[in-house]
Design a protein around this ligand. Structure first.
Ligand SMILES: [Zn+2]
Length: 282
């Protein structure tokens, strides 16, 4: 399975008329954690409740999801499902209606309705619900470097650095696509995925140009909170700090060019936004 972006491009390039593009954000629950897991220069032990977001993009009559939130099993018994180490740092509060399969019903969607799913990375709060796509044939796009990390964890049979083996139990029933580099999801540059390694080796972020309003970048965990960008705070968890900070600088430059920068786990940011079924105004 090689680079898929060229194939997607050639299919979509046929239709020249501009499709309407809308973005929706979902609140897939809350992780009760502490500031040191997100921000390096912080007092250890300060409680921080962070939202778990995922995005759904409508492009004409087609749909894509960016991330999926946590697995439904995690909400029931996090220590048993995630293992003690992850469950100690992050306590999930996920209502049944916030789980991916239930949540997307507010847009009238089921997993099989998606043209594509893109995963920012393999951690529990982003790729946790991919088993909803087992047997659907829907392509799930990971960066190749991220699948390498995931397969390493599976081969070692240990959950490490927020990869949970249970999340990948149905890998053989999923249509995994490995991307190397940029993915132009609909072939018209309105929805693009860019590698932003650093948080994990194969992390990627999402650029969207909606039909109305300014373009935005949903950074996922390449930018936990806006404070990280504004004060250049080093994040609490990253496999490569220099690469992570390079991304943060890039986001800052994009913001100056008029692109709205959207963080992943920023409670203050998301408190002021509307969740699906209302459109996201980033
Ligand atoms: Zn996360």
């Amino acid at each position: 399975m090689g680079c898929v972006s060229a194939a997607v491009l050639s299919v979509a390039a046929g239709g020249a008329q501009a499709a309407s593009v809308r973005a929706y954000a979902f609140h897939a629950g809350t992780l009760k954690t502490q500031t040191q897991y997100l921000l390096k220069d912080t007092r250890v032990g300060t409680p921080m409740d962070i939202p778990i977001p995922f995005l759904v993009i409508q492009h004409g009559t087609e749909w894509m999801a960016f991330d999926t939130g946590c697995n439904a099993q995690a909400a029931k018994d996090p220590a048993a499902y995630w293992g003690e180490a992850i469950a100690k740092a992050y306590v999930p509060e996920i209502k049944p209606e916030q789980e991916f399969r239930e949540a997307i019903k507010v847009l009238g969607l089921a997993p099989r309705d998606f043209k594509a799913v893109v995963l920012s990375h393999g951690h529990v709060d982003h790729a946790g619900a991919i088993d909803n796509f087992a047997g659907t044939g829907v392509p799930l796009h990971f960066q190749k470097a991220e699948m390498r990390e995931i397969r390493k964890a599976i081969a070692a049979a240990i959950a490490g650095a927020a990869y949970c083996l249970g999340d990948f139990k149905h890998l053989n029933e999923l249509n995994i696509r490995e991307v190397e580099g940029v993915l132009d999801v609909f072939g018209d540059q309105t929805v693009m995925v860019f590698p932003t390694p650093g948080h994990t080796p194969g992390h990627q972020s999402l650029y969207v140009k909606p039909s109305t309003g300014k373009p935005f970048i949903y950074c996922a965990d390449a930018l936990y909170t806006l404070e990280i960008m504004e004060r250049l705070v080093v994040p609490g968890l990253a496999t490569d700090i220099p690469a992570t900070m390079q991304n943060v600088h890039w986001f800052k430059l994009e913001e100056r060019q008029g692109v709205t920068i959207v963080p992943s786990h920023d409670p203050g940011y998301w408190a002021k936004r509307t969740w699906a079924p209302k459109e996201l105004v980033p």
